[in-house]
Design a protein around this ligand. Sequence first.
Ligand SMILES: NC(=O)c1ccc[n+]([C@@H]2O[C@H](COP(=O)([O-])OP(=O)(O)OC[C@H]3O[C@@H](n4cnc5c(N)ncnc54)[C@H](OP(=O)(O)O)[C@@H]3O)[C@@H](O)[C@H]2O)c1
Length: 246
Amino acid sequence: MLAQLPDGFTAVITGAGGGIGGAVIDALLASPRPGRVIGVGRRAPHRDDPRFEGLALALDDSQQRIALAAHLEGAPLHLLFNTIGMLHDEARGIHPEKRLDDLEPAALARLFEINATLPAMLLQVLQPAFKGRHPTLVASLSARVGSIEDNRLGGWYAYRASKAAHNMLMRAAAVELRRLNRDSTVVCLHPGTTDTALSAPFQARVPKEKLFTPAFVAERLLAVLGERTPEESGSFYDWAGEPVAW
Ligand SMILES: NC(=O)c1ccc[n+]([C@@H]2O[C@H](COP(=O)([O-])OP(=O)(O)OC[C@H]3O[C@@H](n4cnc5c(N)ncnc54)[C@H](OP(=O)(O)O)[C@@H]3O)[C@@H](O)[C@H]2O)c1
């Protein structure tokens, strides 16, 4: 697993309470290789493993992002796996838009905040932990529907646009992180349609064989990430290891 990283590597997984985030934590802990696995969720995640640290932090808040960086106490970070993302929020009445008439500035702003701004601000605050000569991998979950080239169906304006913005922010950060650490690799990953709370309202028309379990996706995404090199930093791959068009 993640052959680029040294034995005993340190990993931070954000979105630990989510379907894919939880499965990534389980997949990492199933391997003897990580030395420290830090799961971050709005509710503290728990795992029965001495290598696991669960933090309750809402990372859309700048002070709580600073608390995450402080928790690392200057230790080098080898893996940041960001799985935070939102598509809908029943409590706030946010649903994917079908047409221009459905666009709401507040919903657009909220999806940008969670899907694009938050991941970029996470990289900003963790820069000291990336800086150095240790190998460092950053994976941030995107979505194929954020591909501008691939958009032939329209709709889902806020989600698509916020993921496209996410991708640009990750690409720009990849260029800059290389200056802090020549052995850094930043990738956007598309997990495929996965059976989680995020996709639950939209699964009806998904053929059974195309609806993946979080465990399968976690294993695939870690395998795809494990094949990446620093030369490929700033790119976008799917769960099968195929590049996705911007
Ligand atoms: N499921 C799919 O079919 C699919 C397809 C393409 C892309 N993706 C992407 O994959 C990623 C993971 O999604 P998932 O399917 O695992 O969904 P999920 O189960 O809903 O998990 C998403 C997690 O994001 C975090 N999050 C959501 N809103 C947040 C907020 N306001 N502030 C802070 N954290 C927030 C939460 O983590 P905590 O509960 O730990 O706070 C939440 O559990 C997302 O970026 C999503 O866009 C998913």
